[in-house]
Design a protein around this ligand. Structure first.
Ligand SMILES: N[C@@H](CCC(=O)N[C@@H](CS)C(=O)NCC(=O)O)C(=O)O
Length: 222
């Protein structure tokens, strides 16, 4: 199936990064073609088009292929006709860039990723855990994840608080006080939104009785 705008998104729906591109496309590019990929390698749709990059998302626009959501969003800004979602004023551009750096490049995403719940079936699949161990170069077991969870929850909680007590403290709808969500909003909230949707992510098991301890003030259900 091809989309009228020639955009094809290769991804899997659990990916936090992918929501950056999905939201952008929804806000600006209209319907596109989505090719769902397996959670683990090999990804047989990508090899034939010459992509050896191991991460998702990958986006093709016609014959051009973009890996990494930062480049993809930049190219979509340039290539999708009729406007952009980018900030206008210099200080707004700076906020957008800082938010991108904070969420994409820093420890924030790594901490969020360590909060993946350990009960979904994939976590019991040795193919999945081996694949993630190969990718990260460290143990990806239920025990290892649960041991690190309280520290990651505390870290993410401080990040939720940072946004809630600064840029979003006055109850504005969008980060730059715009009428509609610009790119800065996508940069700001994708890992947070992913965690809020991920049932059980912000919940640590008490070492004593294995009962859940809730570690943050947001309405994430366990
Ligand atoms: N910097 C990359 C990071 C992408 C990334 O790490 N994606 C994760 C999924 S959220 C991934 O592909 N993990 C390995 C895999 O699924 O094979 C980007 O912005 O696109």
């Amino acid at each position: 199936m091809s989309a009228p705008n020639n955009i094809v998104l290769f991804h899997y729906s659990y990916s936090p990064y992918v929501r950056r591109v999905i939201w952008y496309l929804a806000l600006r590019a209209g319907p596109n073609c989505s090719k769902i990929q397996p959670l683990v390698l090999p990804r047989d749709d990508l090899t034939p088009i010459g992509v050896n990059y191991r991460r998702v998302s990958v986006v093709s626009i016609g014959r051009d292929i973009y890996c990494d959501t930062r480049l993809t969003l930049q190219k979509l800004e340039e290539r999708v006709p009729n406007g952009t979602l980018g900030a206008g004023k210099e200080d707004e551009k700076a906020i957008k860039r800082l938010l991108e750096k904070w969420t994409v490049e820093g420890p924030l995403f790594l901490r969020a990723a360590l909060l993946i719940p350990t009960n979904p079936p994939a976590m019991a699949d040795p193919k999945f855990t081996k694949d993630r161990e190969d990718l990260c170069g460290r143990q990806w077991s239920k025990d290892a994840l649960e041991r690190g969870r309280p520290e990651s929850i505390a870290y993410m909680r401080s990040c939720f608080d940072l946004l809630g007590t600064t840029l979003l403290a006055d109850g504005r709808d969008w980060i730059l006080k715009t009428d509609k969500p610009p790119l800065a909003d996508i940069e700001a909230i994708w890992p947070f939104d992913w965690l809020v949707e991920l049932k059980g992510s912000m919940q640590a098991l008490s070492p004593k009785n294995n009962s859940p301890r809730y570690m943050h003030g947001f309405s994430v259900s366990g």
